[in-house]
Design a protein around this ligand. Structure first.
Ligand code: URA
Length: 187
């Protein structure tokens, strides 16, 4: 574990713990407010993210940004990261060994940010963070508290591009998050 951001980022830049390092253009470390109340966790970089080194800059990310704006939330207020820091080929789901190799980096980010709320964007984030027994269809939209962190699983924004009906649920889940931010701030 690293107690500073620079060393953590450098160690990921040098990382060769799994095969995803072989084809990366850039690592996608994470972005946003390093003291955020809310952390968003996605799956892994796509082509645009690999090119730019920033999470959720492609189509899915742009859709997520629109939801933030609509709800009066600011992307810069959050810390945004992924389960894996390097792009899986053809945007496939990260394999178990790849996610396992990368999870300590994410744990380190969570320890440094100290979020009160973690939004799990899609099945890969949900299963790797809370456990394989969870399924996104059932778990989404429900709060799960663990070790004083509130988790909100919701759809991955890319799922909204494939299925319009999921947009309203995603929107409602983010509204829940907004309400929780306010409730926790009042305490
Ligand atoms: N999908 C993700 O899960 N993460 C990104 O950063 C981009 C797309």
């Amino acid at each position: 574990m690293y107690d500073n951001w620079e060393e953590l980022e450098q160690s990921i830049k040098n990382c060769t713990k799994c095969k995803l390092c072989q084809n990366r253009t850039n690592i996608v470390f994470g972005t946003g407010n390093k003291k955020a109340t809310v952390m968003m966790i996605g799956e892994g970089p796509g082509a645009d993210e690999d090119k730019e080194g920033i999470p959720f800059v492609g189509k899915a990310g742009q859709l997520m940004n629109k939801a933030f704006i609509g709800l009066g939330l600011k992307r810069e207020e959050f810390y945004i990261a992924n389960i894996v820091k390097c792009r899986p080929p053809s945007n496939r789901v990260p394999e178990q060994d790849e996610a396992q190799a990368c999870l300590d980096y994410l744990r380190n980010q969570v320890i440094l940010v100290k979020p009160k709320i973690i939004v799990l964007l899609g099945s890969t984030a949900l299963k790797n963070i809370l456990g394989k027994e969870y399924g996104i269809t059932n778990a989404r939209g429900t709060w799960i508290e663990r070790k004083q962190i509130w988790y909100m699983p919701t759809w991955h924004p890319a799922a909204l591009l494939r299925d319009e009906n999921k947009k309203i649920e995603f929107w409602n889940d983010l509204k829940e998050v907004k309400n929780k931010i306010n409730t926790l701030a009042e305490k």
